[in-house]
Design a protein around this ligand. Structure first.
Ligand SMILES: *Cc1c(COP(=O)(O)O)cnc(C)c1O
Length: 372
């Protein structure tokens, strides 16, 4: 079976370094926050080209703190895309604000910037584009609308570590960038993890307090805060892994280029690569109206696939009270039916990709014959 993602292969590649970092942290006694987390923050800020990075216990916490730092709460509205992982919308709810959803773009799968303006009301306090699958949303168009209305942009860069738009790193284009270090992400801890980056010292100071019980110095609680700190071991692991991230990203891009080549001319839609937008391929998703039958055929050929995501947020029972119906976001609904994620990780071999694409194209041809 070819898995969607092989995190054990990644571990085998860096085992000596990672084991040493973990053992050293165990011996140090710095289990929550501490010098290894500080060092990771320093390195991650430098990697992104941001002034500040703040390590947290999850990407969801990152989104929550970004919203709180911008003063967003009950009565406020926050615009985001219907085609995202639920965490983006859940975090808006955690802050007490109302999520306002917008449809996606069929080519990039990201929020359709032409639909944002009509979703803006006097209550709109932030826009959260999600860089789905590791490709930045159309930040030029989003920033233009946001600036015209004086609304801050929070980037959900949970899938986009190191992706670039016009030479700027994901997370550094808006006011605050939010990252997840969940194990399956492009930079993943060995457990839960997340973080924010910002160039704004005041926002950074607020988020540092909020993650640690709202403290400004020990037992001086100046804000209603949270326990959103990162574990020492995760900081140590992430610092080691960050050194390998550029090579891993190159590996993902190589795998993506091979898929692009093997599938070209097959009639299967491969991920678009808008100019100046450097994709990091957290997910490599093809699109086909026969998605389910292709997935079945691939499973039969020993190839795991995924769907990111099979149901848009507005059709999830948990968010039914937002009041959107089926048909509200036709592109997101179509993407949910047609997108199929293929295995992608730096260790995937070209021979494996040939097997995957062979099975995929055979399934696609069979389906067309049956239709014809
Ligand atoms: C993973 C993810 C999150 C949440 O991150 P966690 O670390 O799992 O809390 C948020 N948004 C998107 C788009 C994600 O993919």
């Amino acid at each position: 079976m070819i898995p969607l993602l092989d995190i054990r292969a990644q571990y085998e590649g860096i085992r000596t370094e990672l084991d040493a970092a973990v053992l050293e942290t165990l011996a140090s006694g710095a289990y929550v926050s501490g010098p290894r987390v500080d060092a990771f923050e320093h390195d991650f800020a430098a990697y992104c080209g941001a002034r500040e990075a703040i390590a947290l216990n999850s990407g969801t916490s990152a989104l929550h703190l970004a919203l709180l730092a911008l003063g967003i709460g009950p009565g406020d509205e926050v615009i985001t895309t219907a085609m995202t992982f639920v965490a983006t919308v859940a975090a808006i709810r955690y802050a007490g604000a109302t999520p306002v959803l917008v449809d996606a773009d069929l080519r990039t799968f990201n929020i359709d910037p032409t639909l944002i303006e009509r979703a803006i009301t006097p209550r709109t306090k932030a826009i959260i584009p999600v860089h789905l699958h590791g490709r930045l949303a159309d930040m030029e168009a989003i920033l233009r609308v946001a600036e015209r209305h004086g609304i801050p942009v929070i980037e959900d860069a949970a899938q986009a570590h190191g992706a670039e738009w016009e030479g700027r790193s994901a997370g550094t284009v808006g006011a605050i960038g939010c990252f997840s270090f969940y194990p399956g992400k492009n930079l993943g801890a060995c457990g839960e993890g997340g973080g924010v980056v910002t160039d704004d010292a005041a926002l950074a100071a607020t988020m540092r307090q909020l993650r640690d019980w709202g403290q400004a110095g020990r037992y001086n609680h100046v804000r209603h805060g949270f326990n959103y700190r990162m574990d020492g071991i995760q900081g140590a692991i992430l610092q080691v892994k960050l050194r390998h991230l550029p090579a891993w990203t190159e590996g993902r891009r190589r795998v993506a280029r091979i898929y692009d080549r093997l599938l070209s001319g097959s009639g299967i839609a491969t991920p678009a690569r808008p100019l100046g937008n450097e994709h990091v391929y957290h997910v490599y998703a093809i699109r086909s109206p026969a998605r389910d039958r292709i997935a079945e055929a691939l499973a039969g050929a020993g190839v795991a696939t995924g769907m990111h995501y099979p149901r848009p947020v507005h059709l999830q029972p948990a968010y039914a009270d937002l009041g959107y119906r089926a048909g509200a976001f036709p592109v997101a609904e179509r993407l949910a039916r047609e997108m199929l994620s293929l295995p992608i990780y730096p260790e995937l071999t070209e021979a494996q990709q040939q097997h995957i694409c062979g099975a995929l194209m055979r399934a696609n041809e069979d389906i067309h014959e049956r239709v014809a």
